[in-house]
Design a binder for this molecule. Structure first.
Ligand code: ADP
Ligand code: MG
Length: 330
């Protein structure tokens, strides 16, 4: 059983120290040394996952590791950045071999899948929490911001929306009944635990999208950040919001959960705004990327987010995405 920080790092994380020529010195010294490509800007983000807050207590070590890096990569995707390196601050209640082995293996899987090396970190004893800081690169001035949306832009999302929110709903009820054991539920729960950050799409949207965000708190909340930063409004068409087959089937059996999929959920898809004249270019690019894209609405003047049904009636929806400092959780 490893006990010192040194032993834990050596045994579980040192082997993850692959890296490109920008990593001059990785783990093992007082700090890492990296060199910056001369013609790039550095994009930096950090996110913490706390047990019981960001993932339910029984979540596996593999899923925690995957998600901790995935949510950070998703922020790089939303900026249009390419992954460079990351650091890891781990707080653990105990040095449990099985947990650490599973955690570090899964972390190595996602870090090699996205070619982003671990260059350092910190290990402490305490309640389970995982903080990852990522760095990425963009060409100067090419980062995708929230603030560039213009009236007339068309609004798109990648993939499908709401699976993660339904997955969480199912997990929270799993202990009470047999819910969550069929294949449909497993698909939804997998979307919650194993987000696939849209790194390549983010980069390909440079020069095409006027504004971009990743969906981490729910489609409406995150699109609202774009609207606020850009001082515009939006009209969305409910029938065009893409749902997976699993979500459609689940909602047909549980219609009241429909607002959950717009107002909750960490899907880690991208939501972005494209001027009409670049939509053709964008569609060609999305086909090359084999990425499902859905046109869900348009940017208008004002500051409201309005949702319409297929007959163009304005719909009411609860605007209650997850906010850690508000007490309106279910
Ligand atoms: P210091 O006391 O100088 O902060 P530490 O003992 O915290 O150094 O860390 C020693 C080395 O191990 C450093 O290079 C640090 O980056 C690395 N390290 C510690 N914890 C982790 C971790 N969880 N993941 C990756 N590297 C780590
Ligand atoms: Mg330290």
């Amino acid at each position: 059983m490893p006990d010192s920080e040194f032993e834990i790092v050596n045994r579980y994380f040192a082997s993850q120290a692959f890296g490109g020529e920008d990593i001059i010195l990785g783990m093992g010294d007082d700090a890492a040394v990296v060199s910056m490509p001369a013609d790039k800007q550095l994009v930096v983000s950090i996110d913490t996952l706390i047990s019981g807050v960001h993932f339910p207590l029984p979540t596996s070590a593999e899923d925690i590791a995957w998600k901790a890096l995935a949510v950070n990569l998703s922020d790089l995707a939303a900026m249009g950045a390419s992954p460079a390196w990351f650091t890891l601050a781990l707080s653990l209640p105990e040095a449990n071999h099985n947990w650490l082995a599973a955690f570090s293996e899964s972390l190595a899987d996602i870090s090699s899948a996205y070619r982003i090396p671990l260059v350092g970190g910190d290990t402490t004893r305490g309640p389970l929490s995982v903080t990852i800081q990522v760095a990425g690169y963009v060409e100067p001035g090419r980062a995708l911001l929230r603030s560039g949306a213009k009236v007339g832009d068309q609004i798109f999302v990648t993939g499908s929306i709401g699976d993660a929110a339904l997955g969480l709903y199912l997990l929270q009820r799993q202990s009470e009944s047999q819910v969550g054991t069929d294949y449909l539920s497993r698909d939804l729960i997998r979307r919650l635990n194993r987000p696939q950050p849209r790194i390549e799409m983010g980069q390909a949207l440079q020069g095409i999208a006027n504004a971009c965000i990743d969906i981490s708190d729910g489609l409406f909340a995150d699109l609202s950040h774009i609207l606020k930063a850009s001082a515009v409004g939006a009209r969305l068409h409910q029938a065009q919001i893409p749902l997976s087959e699993a979500a459609q089937q689940f909602l047909s059996e549980n219609p009241p959960l429909r607002s959950t999929i717009y107002n909750r959920g960490d899907d880690y898809e991208l939501c972005f705004c494209v001027p009409a004249e670049k939509c053709g270019q964008m569609e060609t690019m999305a086909k090359e990327q084999y990425c499902r894209l859905s046109h869900i609405g348009e940017i208008v003047s004002g500051h409201d987010l309005q949702l319409f049904d297929a007959q163009n009636n304005l719909l009411d929806y609860r605007h209650d995405s997850y906010d850690h400092f508000m007490t309106k959780q279910e």
